[in-house]
Design a protein around this ligand. Structure first.
Ligand code: ZN
Length: 188
């Protein structure tokens, strides 16, 4: 069976949903995903839910993540909760070469290299005001193109610095490929 990746653009803020409303919110989301699978005449193998934490990494990150992850698994079986610490832009700061590859004038200042980018304040602001100053300004809509460059340059396993939400995404994908999609994982 060949897997297919289908995107559903439904804004989610699951980490903000109180415990008593979480199962209902997730079953609504699952209904959307199942309906989409039916439309695509496909079997729903697994669901990735991505959202931004909108605050930096901290001691409570694992418990915030686990609460929603467990609820997703109860409803869907196979699911991964991708919770970016602070915001997705923090991931982009891990890949200065991809930033420069996308727009030649973009340069990550040395003080941000090799850092835990999940603990930097306002990564989007860093991209807008510091990485892209003086040239073509970073826009939120650039994020997917930066990640495409990361994949094209094959540097996704070599971040400059760390970010545990990025690391988790990597292990979630590996886990998914080996267990949910029943395809052999590549050995490193
Ligand atoms: Zn999976």
């Amino acid at each position: 069976m060949r897997g297919r990746l289908v995107e559903i653009n439904e804004p989610v803020r699951l980490h903000k949903v109180p415990a008593e409303r979480l199962p209902r919110r997730i079953s609504d989301l699952a209904a959307l995903a199942r309906a989409r699978a039916t439309t695509e005449d496909a079997e729903l193998a697994c669901v990735f839910v991505h959202e931004d934490l909108d605050s930096g990494d901290g001691d409570d990150y694992p418990s915030i993540h686990r609460r929603v992850q467990d609820a997703l698994c109860r409803e869907l079986g196979n699911a991964h909760y991708v919770l970016a610490v602070e915001e997705m832009e923090a991931w982009l700061l891990l890949f200065p070469d991809a930033l420069s590859d996308l727009v030649g004038s973009w340069k990550l200042p040395a003080k941000y290299r090799g850092k835990d980018t999940g603990r930097l304040t306002d990564p989007k602001g860093i991209l807008m005001r510091e990485v892209s100053k003086g040239g073509r300004r970073y826009r939120e809509s650039d994020a997917p193109a930066v990640l495409e460059r990361v994949v094209a340059l094959a540097i996704h396993r070599e971040p400059i610095g760390s970010n545990r939400s990025w690391t988790r995404l990597g292990t979630d994908i590996a886990d998914c490929c080996s267990r949910h999609l029943k395809q052999p994982t590549k050995t490193r």
